[in-house]
Design a protein around this ligand. Structure first.
Ligand code: BES
Ligand code: MN
Ligand code: MN
Length: 458
């Protein structure tokens, strides 16, 4: 391994220069205005994979953004690992809250600041550079690798399942490695074994055909903002945080005693946790710890709410309508389509006759996923972590979602190993996203050891 680790050190500066170029292309998948940047970024990835020495490197068009694929299949008799990541990023608003320009990678205090540093450009770049290091130094990798980098993860990987379905043979593998998650801390390395699913909707409540004077008409008809608020309150119990949509919990796989015991071992302090977030205290579903609530229990969240006068000063208006974006994080075995339907039926059923209620379902859907801790890939990841961090990893369940993981399980029959190098304070999706340089460098070594170990255990 010395040759590989030395290569990382010798090329550190070039890596950061290239990563900064990757970061500089604003590949925001949610915004159609950035279509060209998506194309440019896909080409950047294609060049990276080619330069790393992969074969059969190609951009595969989809109905949405291109998928970039490459492979190296020269390890006769060795297992095949599919490496996955995404080259798209989240929007950067509000720009005024960024301390440095969102698409100029700025290194300060051992941290790289910019959109995409941790989610996911900085992490997927680790995979590119591990491949490069092996193929440049040894002309071979310990295992066969296939690499797939997509551009729609941040909008729900809408077209990726289709791509996987059509390319089962191309993508067939023994294990999947994904670097797109967090660790508990630099000194608390961890591997993620669970992801939550998601369903996302927009609701509207309308009571008038146009805004009216709130003096002339206030009191005569229902206020849609008030009604919407009342309806949303009926979706989740204010005291227990239990979701009140009938049938919502029906398919939830309950947390077993053993797993609860394991999760309880994860170092966690509710007060510190709340303080870091600027919250007065933690809060959520009654009967579950914070770690359980975020990883292993489903939630109902209001992501945004608007209607009526929200600008400067006073405007006495009776709004015609009110709107909210809501989403539900799901756990195994909840079906996002079924949950969306339960919500739609319930929301319409609780609408009073004074208003018209509409619901729109977005296609940013995904199933939850779980990877057995005992699987060979997980074992290889644990050994790799121990080698680099000198500590055994914790096993965590991530509250966020990576929709394709369940698709991979379903369509390829393979579990994903979620070996990510982000940290809880990386500000994903928020202003001042960052990735710690030490985590980036540790990631290079850990992924290398993972490939070495996986060649042995499988
Ligand atoms: N990398 C994240 C998932 C994640 C979030 C991992 C937090 C670790 C910590 C991924 O890019 C993401 O943001 N997923 C979206 C999916 C959605 C848009 C369908 C999410 O979880 O909101
Ligand atoms: Mn991500
Ligand atoms: Mn993300």
């Amino acid at each position: 391994m010395k040759d590989i680790l030395d290569y990382f050190k010798a090329n550190d500066e070039r890596y950061l220069t290239e990563l900064a170029q990757f970061i500089a292309i604003p590949s925001i998948s949610a915004d159609p205005a950035h279509r060209k940047d998506i194309t440019k970024t896909a080409s950047f990835v294609e060049k990276q994979l080619k330069a790393a020495g992969l074969k059969n490197v190609k951009q595969h068009p989809t109905k949405g953004n291109p998928v970039v694929y490459g492979e190296w299949l020269g390890a006769k008799g060795a297992p095949t690992v599919l490496l996955y990541g995404h080259y798209d990023v989240q929007p950067v608003e509000p720009v005024s809250l960024w301390k440095t320009p969102p698409f100029e990678m700025t290194i300060k205090g051992g941290k790289m600041f910019a959109r995409g540093t941790a989610d996911d450009k900085g992490q997927v770049f680790i995979l590119f550079k591990v491949i490069e290091a092996y193929l440049k130094n040894r002309k071979q990798l310990p295992v066969n690798v296939k690499v797939i980098v997509e551009g729609e993860e941040e909008v729900g990987s809408t077209n990726l399942a289709e791509f996987v379905k059509k390319n089962r043979a191309l993508l067939s593998c023994d294990s999947i490695l994904i670097a797109d998650t967090n660790m508990l801390g630099k000194d608390k390395p961890s591997i993620t074994y669970g992801l939550r699913g998601l369903t996302y909707l927009e609701v509207s409540v309308t009571s008038l055909n146009g805004d009216q004077h709130s003096g002339t008409y206030g009191g005569a008809v229902a206020n849609p903002v008030q009604v919407l608020a009342e309806m949303l309150v009926q979706c989740k119990d204010p005291k227990t945080s239990k979701v009140k949509i009938p049938g919502f919990y029906d398919d939830v796989v309950p947390l077993g005693r053993k797993e609860r015991g394991e999760l309880a071992k994860i170092p966690h302090n509710d007060e510190h946790y709340a303080k870091r977030l600027g919250a007065t205290m933690t809060f959520g579903e009654k009967g579950y710890s914070t770690i359980e609530r975020t990883g292993a229990r489903p939630t109902f969240e209001i992501n945004g709410i608007w209607g009526g006068h929200t600008g400067e000063g006073v405007k006495t208006v009776l709004p015609a309508s009110a709107h909210a974006k809501v989403s539900m994080r799901l756990v195994a075995n909840q079906d996002p389509g079924k949950i969306a339907k339960l919500f739609i039926d319930y929301f319409k059923s609780i609408a009073p006759p004074t208003v018209k209620a509409d619901v729109k379902l977005f296609d940013n859907n995904g199933y939850a996923a779980l990877t057995p801790i005992e699987s060979p890939g997980m074992k290889a990841a644990a050994v790799a972590i121990k080698k680099v961090y000198k500590k055994d990893p914790f096993y965590t369940r991530e509250g966020g979602s990576i929709p394709v993981v369940a698709d991979f399980q379903q369509l390829l029959g393979v579990d994903a190993i979620l070996l990510g190098f982000g940290l809880p304070d990386d500000n994903l999706h928020a202003p001042n996203e960052k990735m710690d340089l030490s985590q980036f460098r540790a990631g290079l070594a850990t992924v290398s050891y993972f490939l070495e170990e996986y060649a042995k255990v499988k």
